[in-house]
Each structure stands twice: as structure tokens, then as C-alpha cells.
Design a protein around this ligand. Sequence first.
Ligand code: ZN
Length: 275
Amino acid sequence: MPELAEVLFYTRQWDAGMGQRIVRVLVHPSARVFRGGHVGQLAAGLTGKTYQRPFAHGKNMLFAFSGGHWLGGHLGMTGEMLAADPAHTPEKHDHLVLYTAAAALVYRDPRMFGHWRYEKGDEAPAWWRALPPEVLSRAFTLRHVQHILTRRARTPLKPLLLDQAFFPGIGNWMADEVLWQLRLHPSTPSGACDAAALRAAVQTITRTAVKTIGRDWSDPPRSWLFLHRWKAGGHCPRCHAALERGEFRGRTACWCPQCVLPNSALDRRVAPSRR
Ligand SMILES: [Zn+2]
């Protein structure tokens, strides 16, 4: 499933049509990815409008068109945005194609777990404005992170990091990377985690992911868990131990059994906040 940096990369694929007028819209109105009251008006609404710019927020995307027209949503498991030749013939899973003189802007989604809404309004849709603070935003303060860890003190860190209400855009590989870099086991209770260290790891990993995957789909550093976690039999890039895999509250995780801090170290770390 695309995470924050992959989503950012996909929003930029439509740059090929930025500033261009939409001359024709092809839509599969029955595709279950389109929801909401205005979907029936999507084709008529966007025809003749100019594609202005994309926005990304966590795993969510928003595309702005002239005259206060908005297309927003997320990619689900298998969705992708791409730019094709202006003469593009839609393929089976191309549920939306916006034709401009410069490019055909395509939304492709074989499994249709994506979710899109078309809306009109002078400002971004209400659901977009209600999204929680992004991990690189000013609002993602140390206090904010402390508050999350206190509220969910008994939740294991892995599912907490995947909670989009708290860490928008963090998905499976980013959560594993954060935990591995902090040498924390995925089952560590969130209340035992140092908020400053967690915030720093989340933000550093996000910044690097945005500069690599988000920019041109290039790989993050080889020293990261990222390149070693995908297939069975991977080894920790730090200590070369065999990586382990498991499930925590229904979410799979990959970690290095050698690198994780012993529980006694965590107990010392958690002690001050219990006083
Ligand atoms: Zn290791």
C-alpha cells in the first residue's frame, strides 16, 4: 500500500497536465472507487476546467481545478496516478482519464480499494481540512507526540504508528523502519517509548523518504532496514542477524531480534514517566 512518500510521488505524476485545460473526461462512474453526492457530475464538472495543482497529506491526495473544483481521495492498495500520451486509449483498470493537449492524466486501480470524491467549493473540502497534523508540520510538536503516547500507553508501538489519526502517511515499511532505527521491538508498549526520540525518527525518516521515493522513486539509504525487509531471508544491515517477522494486532512487522533493546533497558526508560 502506498505510504506518504509513494503518495507524494504519485500526486506529481499529473504535473504533466498542470496549467492545462481538460478537454475530455472519461470516467467509470460505476467503479466503486468513486463515492459521494457529486460523482455523477464529475465528467461535466471538470470538462473545460484547468488543472491547477496537487496536494498530498499523509496517504491522501487532493487535485485542484479552476473554478473551485476538487478531486480528492486515496489510492487504496493498488491505485496509481500516471501521465500518458494525449492519445491514450484507456486500459481496463483506468477508472478516470482527464485529457489535456499535453497529456492524459490517468487514475488506474486494478483492485479498486481506492476512494475518490469530486467536490465544488471556494476552499478545499471539509474532510481535507479536518485531517490530523502531518508529521512534518509545525503542529506535530513534542507535546503532541507525548499526548499520543500517553493516551495510547498500552498499545504496542507498531499498530500505533500505523494509526492514521496520529501518524498520517506512515504505513508498514515506515513504521518498521522507525522501530528498527530506534532499536525497539514492535510490541513495545507505546507508553515506554521516548516521545522526543520517536518524533525525531519519524521526521528524519519521512524527510529522507520524501527526498528519495517521493522525488523520483529512488531507494532510501542502503543502511536502512528498507531494502532488506521485503523478502523472506533478509538480514539486518546493522548486525547481519536474520530478520524476524510477526503479527501485532493483525499487522505484520519485520524487526531484528539482535538489535532490539532488552526489556530491562526499556523499563529504566519508562520509569521516570510513571512517577
Ligand atoms: Zn540487527
